[in-house]
Design a protein around this ligand. Sequence first.
Ligand SMILES: C[S@@+](CC[C@H](N)C(=O)[O-])C[C@H]1O[C@@H](n2cnc3c(N)ncnc32)[C@H](O)[C@@H]1O
Length: 373
Amino acid sequence: MVEDVAGRLEGLVERLSASGWLTRERVAAALRDVPRHAFVPAVAWSGEGDRVDRATAPEGWLDLVYRDDAIITQLDDGRTDVAAGSGRFTSSCSAPSTVVSLLELLDAEVGHRVLDVGTGTGWTAALLSRMVGVENVTSVEVDPFVSAQAAENLKGVGAFPRLVVGNGADGWEEGALFDRVHATCGVSRVPYAWVRQTRPGGVIVTPYAPGFASSHELRLVVMPDGTAVGRFTGYASYMMMRSHRQPPWPASGEGGTTCTTPIDPRTIGYAPAGADLAMGAFLPGVNAQGRHEGDTYVLRLWSEQAWATATYRPGQRVHEVRTSGSLNLWEEAARAYFWWVGQGSPGRDRFGITVASGAEAVWLDAPNNLIGS
Ligand SMILES: C[S@@+](CC[C@H](N)C(=O)[O-])C[C@H]1O[C@@H](n2cnc3c(N)ncnc32)[C@H](O)[C@@H]1O
């Protein structure tokens, strides 16, 4: 195979540095030492239509592997052959910029004991092994087939971290206390087991996506009182932990009570990340999803007890709202949105969260300024 892995790898490191994702030498050294192509299947698929077979196009395959794109490695929890090219993305080799971003936030030192949640291809477990020492890394994956493939990939680069098949939401009790928890699947709430299994002063980084549209990068520090406190540091696009996925839109989403609103539903549906955090805090357990149907935009809101739709159609001055259940979710979402506007439309970086046993609470600017219900 004609290949210039070193050149492509260096190119990736340079691009990640130039774009500001990569700033720490320790993370750069791990990227250089752990070749990403050892974790990518022979038919690589970026999920955006780019699909390259190493056997027939080795150069193109390497180009794809060393681009800043996720490579999809599983569809529909393994029920659909990944070669089919369409289905729900359920495992991947994450995009280098998002991987680097979480690793920089993690701030792991040599000798730190690290719990990696969502082994996937094993790439992040290998990077962490390089950063803290392989004997200090435990990586948990829910899917036994994915974990077995990761073991093969890791063997290929001579790295043997502890691999555990199980529900990463439970952490790994036997390995506690950890210095760092590094999750590469999104959660809708932070599993308290991670906090309990991390020493005071230890750090947890995770993609966090409660029901309201946006997905956030979260960095928590564990406190001596057994809580964890931290801020939302940026955008994070990750596949969700299996048990934390959005529940389906209720099949009974027909009927309901109809009224109108002068508020354009896109105001809520397109709201920025800070507003999503506020709405999520005021409406815990509520999911939001916007759908375009031609020129029409439908915002869906739903929880276990209620649902609502708000529909924008071009040229209309008022918009149809349908609601059903014990709470008018449209009104509640609009109330939370305008609360956020009244606070000066704070950005994501002004919000944080405190995680305690059995509860988590979002705050604005400081942990004593809790918001929501
Ligand atoms: C984006 S991939 C992880 C990428 C990976 N770190 C890498 O380097 O390739 C997310 C992974 O989380 C796994 N996952 C989903 N739910 C999980 C759970 N409850 N516990 C552990 N792993 C889970 C998925 O099966 C998937 O392999």
